[in-house]
Design a binder for this molecule. Structure first.
Ligand code: F0G
Length: 458
């Protein structure tokens, strides 16, 4: 008999989670103004809201916490983090920040000004928020294949080089402070970017002397897909692939809450000393002195250890196979999801799942609420609510995809939990035709409204 796949870890500590009744959940979500971010965590049984900061640290990471050096300046923890960044990612200069969006804030304060254009592949919402907040414009140049959920292109996170060059020619290179590549492309479904594409974007950027920035939250998962899908990389180690990826980047921002497997943390890394010096000033103003930048010494230690673990093939294989395990069950039942299954999450196509709910009644949010009511599973809307209004016209923006994301925290749930989630979604799918209306917004913030939006059931 062929041996089945099994996780490359065993469990040393557990946390109890609580089941609830449908009646309780109906009341709780109503009290939460139908915003899943407003729920208390103990009102959720399986929490797939995000894979950010929600993973389980290893025994080695926990022991690193005890070795943290909390000195204000020059802590050994800073140097531990610096070594990990230099050895694994190849950058000489770096600044710690308290999380990914803080890295964006510091770096964009240095580089982005009013009227600038920042092309990229489906900018994450905080990234876009930090661009638009500076009255600059983010332009999505992701390949068209990414917007067809049935298409099985192996690298749906890729940048379309023609779209990119058109943007450069239309606006002029001097208006473009950098090109941003998100690895993996979260918004398009946790989809990877190929090494070839990274190489090609760098070549094009060099032609116009534009720097390249990687938004690197899930860089290791991206490397796993390069190894398993791209010709010429099967025999290379994840660490070798990561090193090559970053030879095509000038700088990076990192939310360490994902592929560094810590609960909180981030950083900026760059090759250019002058940029490091300019960004240092903003880091001191916004985050803290340059050798801690919003992080405790213990957290910098755990982060350094996390970077090493996340770039091991066995770790990544365990992680990504669990996401696939859930995705496959949904696909086998005919539930419309983004193909192929992404690195950190399964993305459900809400327009196909709930065709009777009009777009202006937010089908993805409606589906996320139905799934919560059904089984206490919390996912997140990646659709028109998250897309915010157009900053100029103030009209709702309707993105090409209207998705519910079920993000799987790292090393946290078992495959029994995945079976439970699949069954819950199947139950909602079986009664999908009876769901004919959604929600209307009664209160919203100007940017990043999905975090605090209040809704009313129609
Ligand atoms: N970039 C990407 C691609 C992200 O996915 C995130 C966060 C950030 C930047 C910002 O990092 O949260 O540390 O400030 N994504 C989380 C998510 C919130 O649920 O996907 P942060």
């Amino acid at each position: 008999m062929e041996l089945p796949f099994a996780e490359n870890y065993k469990i040393k500590m557990v946390e109890t989670i609580k089941r609830s009744t449908r009646e309780e959940r109906e009341q709780w979500i109503k009290d939460a103004k139908y915003n899943l971010f407003n729920l208390k965590s103990n009102q959720v049984f399986i929490d797939l809201l995000t894979d950010s900061g929600t993973g389980a640290m290893s025994d080695k990471q926990w022991s690193e916490l005890m070795l943290g050096d909390e000195s204000y300046a020059g802590a050994s923890s800073y140097y531990k983090m610096k070594d990990a960044i230099t050895n694994i990612l190849g950058f000489e200069y770096f600044l710690p920040t308290h999380q990914g969006r803080a890295a964006e804030n510091v770096l964009f304060s240095t580089l982005v000004k009013q009227g600038d254009i920042v092309p990229g592949n489906s900018h994450f919402d905080t990234t876009k928020g930090h661009i638009e907040f500076r009255k600059a414009t983010a332009i999505d140049c992701t390949i068209n294949e990414a917007f067809d959920t049935e298409n099985t292109h192996p690298f749906k996170g890729n940048v379309d080089l023609n779209k990119l060059e058109k943007v450069i020619n239309e606006h002029g290179a001097d208006k473009i402070p950098f090109i941003i590549i998100t690895v993996t492309n979260n918004t398009a479904g946790g989809q990877p970017v190929s090494m070839q594409n990274l190489r090609d974007v760098k070549k094009l950027a060099d032609k116009y002397t534009i720097p390249v920035l990687y938004d690197s939250a899930r860089f290791a998962e991206n490397a796993y897909f390069i190894k398993t899908r791209e010709t010429g990389y099967a025999d290379k180690s994840i660490k070798e692939i990561v090193r090559e990826m970053y030879t095509y980047a000038d700088m990076m921002t990192m939310s360490s809450k994902k592929d560094a497997i810590v609960n909180m943390g981030g950083f900026i890394a760059m090759k250019d000393k002058t940029l490091f010096e300019k960004a240092s000033m903003f880091n001191i103003v916004f985050e803290g002195f340059i050798t801690y930048g919003g992080m405790s010494g213990r957290d910098m230690n755990a982060l350094a250890q996390g970077l090493k673990e996340a770039t091991e093939f066995e770790y990544l294989e365990t992680r990504i196979k669990q996401v696939e395990y859930l995705g496959k069950q949904l696909i086998d039942y005919g539930i419309p999801v983004q193909h192929p299954i992404g690195g950190h999450a399964v993305f459900i196509n809400a327009l196909k799942f709930l065709p009777n709910v009009p777009r202006n009644e937010f089908p993805a949010q409606t589906l996320a609420i139905e799934l919560y009511k059904e089984a206490g599973v919390r996912g997140v809307e990646i659709g028109a609510i998250m897309a915010d209004r157009d900053p100029v016209t103030r009209e709702n923006r309707y993105p090409d995809l209207e998705l519910v994301r079920l993000a799987i925290p790292r090393r946290t749930y078992t495959n029994n939990h995945m079976d439970y989630v699949a069954a819950a979604l199947i139950n909602v799918f079986d009664r999908r035709n009876a769901i004919k209306s959604g929600y209307k917004i009664i209160k919203e913030a100007e940017v990043l409204r999905h975090f605090t939006v209040e809704l009313e059931q129609l």
